[in-house]
Design a protein around this ligand. Structure first.
Ligand code: AMP
Length: 217
């Protein structure tokens, strides 16, 4: 039975960090729609330019576009044994597409809950490595380490949409769209809710405990 996992939570809740760990532990691909869209932006195609403007506004890319990207990605051979989705679905229309793609197989939905003031603080400190793509908080780096990645030595940069103004817009967008998506999943057997205001290792441990319990049923 494939292991299909979806992580939900506001920007900066730690979805990316946790998704990388789950992907490694269960040997399933980590699929981040944000990463796929940023890759399209880097490619500089007309579509990439359109997407860049939407991301810079803190708004959502169209459901059709994102659903097509996810449909294509989940059809790749490495996704046959399962996957972990990070950043999709963000709307009820996208959640309906996902139900269609999953076709009755088990779907674990884990919601990582973090209040807004903590998000604003975290995203101000967040940096992403341009080589290994791992996320790092600059406040957690030790003195003298500068802005190089503690995992691979690559260069750490601030994501363009992590500036204070865009963060506020992204949180507004999340508040508008997330509640109906959470309501869509909340009553299902595969729904988990995790307190995201803990050390990342504690969040991982809680996720594993709750997932293991679910996978036994
Ligand atoms: P993320 O890396 O998940 O924070 O995504 C960065 C940006 O990409 C978001 O602010 C949106 O503009 C866009 N995006 C990512 N995933 C989706 C999605 N599922 N639906 C619509 N837009 C998305």
């Amino acid at each position: 039975m494939p292991l299909n996992v979806m992580l939900m939570g506001p920007p900066g809740s730690g979805k990316g960090t946790q998704a990388v760990r789950i992907a490694k532990r269960y040997a399933i691909p980590h699929i981040s729609t944000g990463d796929i869209l940023r890759e399209a932006v880097r490619s500089g195609t007309p579509l990439g330019r359109e997407v860049a403007a939407i991301i810079a506004r803190g708004s959502l890319v169209s459901d059709t576009l994102v659903a097509d990207l996810v449909r294509e990605r989940l059809a790749q051979p490495d996704a046959a044994a399962g996957w972990i989705l990070d950043g999709f679905p963000r709307t009820v229309a996208q959640a309906e597409v996902l139900d269609d793609l999953v076709r009755g197989a088990r779907l674990i939905v884990a919601l990582i809950e973090v209040p807004d003031d903590e998000i604003v603080r975290r995203l101000g400190n967040r940096r992403v490595c341009t080589s290994c793509r791992l996320t790092q908080s600059v406040s957690a780096l030790s003195e003298g380490q500068g802005e190089s990645c503690p995992y691979c030595g690559g260069t750490l940069v601030r994501r363009e949409d992590d500036n204070a103004e865009t963060v506020r817009l992204r949180l507004k967008t999340y508040a508008q769209h997330a509640e109906p998506v959470i309501a869509f999943y909340r009553s299902r057997a595969g729904f988990l809710s995790i307190d995201g205001v803990q050390e990342p290792e504690e969040v991982t441990a809680e996720l594993y405990t709750q997932m293991t319990r679910l996978l036994r049923t």
